[in-house]
Each structure stands twice: as C-alpha cells, then as structure tokens.
Design a protein around this ligand. Structure first.
Ligand code: AP5
Length: 236
C-alpha cells in the first residue's frame, strides 16, 4: 500500500516546547465527523500536539515498518487494529517530550479496553484527563464527507469534492495526484460506521459517567464547528 500520512503527528522540534496552556483531551466521533480537520486549530489554540492514531498507523504503513505490515489489512478492511498494538503505540507517543504539557487524542480510545488502558496510563503519569468532546454528525453527512474526501500523494492535504460542480483533477495546493483512502470506499465505510456504533459509541456513556463529556454539533462550516469545539474544550 503506497500512501502518505495526511498530517504529521510524530514529535518534532517545532512542537517540543511545553506550553503553559495545558490540556489533555479526547476528540470522539464517528468517521468523517471532522476530528482531523479541527486538530490544527486546537494545536494552535492550546499549544498541545494532536495525536491521531489513524495518522500514526498510516505513517508506519508508509514507512514499511513491522507495525505497518501488521495493521495494513485491518485498516483497509475498515476493522479496528487489535487493542494492544494501539495501546503500545499511544503509550510510546504520549511519552515523548512534546506531549509532556498535554495532548489532544483523535481516534483513541475506540474501545472500552483502550479507555481503561488510557486511564491507567494517565494515572501512572499523574496527569488527569480534562475533557472528552463528542463531535456529533448525522450519518448522511458523514457519508457525503467521507466519499468526497481525496488526499494528495505529494503534500498529504485533504481536498473534499462533495458538492463541487467541477472537482479538481489534481491537488489544488501543489498539483499532486489525488487519491481516495482505501477505507473511504462506500462498502468499507459502512463497516467502519457499524464498528463505531458497536465498539466506540459505548464510550459516550463511559465518559458521561465520569462527568467528562461535552457535545459539539459537527454540522456547519469548518469555522463554525471549530469555534464550538474550542469553546467546549475550554469548558472542560
Ligand atoms: P482514522 O484515521 O482515525 O479514521 P476515522 O476515525 O474513521 O476518522 P476519519 O479520518 O475518517 O474522520 P475524521 O473525523 O478525522 O474526519 P476529517 O476531519 O478527516 O482511523 C483509520 C483506521 O485506523 C481505523 O478504521 C482503524 O482500522 C485504525 N485505527 C485508528 N485508531 C484506532 C484505534 N484507536 N483502535 C483500533 N484501530 C484504530 O473529515 C472528513 C472529511 O470531511 C474531510 O474531507 C474534511 O475536509 C471534511 N470536513 C470535515 N469537517 C467539515 C465541515 N465542517 N464542513 C465541510 N467539510 C468538512
């Protein structure tokens, strides 16, 4: 499988300074809810790294690592990668220096077992979880967003062609070739939505019970949703 990661989520010098605006948060929501789209804005606002397990896994696949080889089939089929592989990946990532001042988790946890592992990890680090934000979007809109999402092989940017009369033939940012994620094809997307309902949606009750959950309406323009999200994170 030959595809670049959409956005970098590995630790870098640029994000290695610890910000005083500390935040430990989870962005929860189904495929296409807009979790990745708003991450840059949150990073800029709070000075904490965006940690997307999907992006980390795609970086491993692109880099041809052993983990990448192990997870590639699960991802292409739209299935969840086994919990322990993901827990190890997140444990390693949040142990890096740029995450010492907090982080925004996107796509993790996705199962109750992952949530319990995260809780134990945060307890060990004596770092409380501040807030969990659920981005709510109805399925019709999710399907439109995901089926319209194309990525650039060269710069990794996302171009969404949903609703466009004349979709661009190449990346509008750099002219590179556009491609669709294998798991964004309709049949695989249906599997991902089903898995979300069965395995990830129970986290809503879990975090509601902990008193950590905030709801954000994920429909509307990117700017509108970003404003709501920033407000909800601040209310944590
Ligand atoms: P992952 O990459 O995490 O996929 P996902 O959660 O299904 O998330 P998406 O990237 O599809 O959606 P998003 O909410 O980020 O939406 P986006 O902002 O891109 O995971 C992929 C796979 O990895 C999983 O299926 C699994 O196999 C594995 N995996 C990952 N984490 C795992 C875990 N913890 N455990 C086990 N397995 C794991 O937006 C979508 C589109 O809509 C974009 O084109 C965007 O431009 C557009 N858009 C967004 N918001 C708006 C808006 N307000 N207005 C107009 N367009 C918008």
């Amino acid at each position: 499988m030959d595809r670049p990661a959409r956005k970098t989520s590995v630790a870098s010098e640029a994000t290695s300074e610890v910000s005083p605006a500390r935040l430990v948060a989870i962005l929860l929501g189904p495929p296409g809810a807009g979790k990745g789209t708003h991450a840059d804005r949150v990073e800029a606002e709070y000075g904490v790294p965006h940690i997307s397990t999907g992006d980390l896994l795609r970086e491993h696949i692109a880099g041809g690592t052993e983990l990448g080889r192990q997870v590639c089939g699960y991802m292409d089929r739209g299935e969840l990668v086994p919990d322990q592989l993901i827990i190890d990946l997140v444990t390693e990532r949040i142990g890096q220096p740029d995450a010492a001042g907090g982080f925004l988790l996107d796509g993790f946890p996705r199962t109750i077992q992952q949530a319990v592992a995260l809780e134990e990890l945060l307890q060990e680090k004596q770092t409380p979880l501040d807030v969990v934000v659920l981005l709510e979007v109805d399925e019709e809109l999710l399907i439109a967003r995901i089926s319209g999402r194309y990525l650039c092989r060269q710069c990794g940017e996302d171009t969404n062609i949903a609703g466009l009369d004349s979709p661009p033939a190449s990346c509008p940012y750099c002219g590179g070739e556009l491609y669709q994620r294998a798991d964004d094809r309709l049949e695989t997307l249906e599997e991902r939505l089903q898995i979300y309902r069965q395995q990830t949606a129970p986290l809503v009750e879990y975090y509601k019970g902990e008193g950590l959950l905030r709801w954000v309406d994920g429909a509307g323009s990117v700017e509108e949703v970003a404003e709501r999200l920033i407000e909800a994170l601040g209310a944590g």
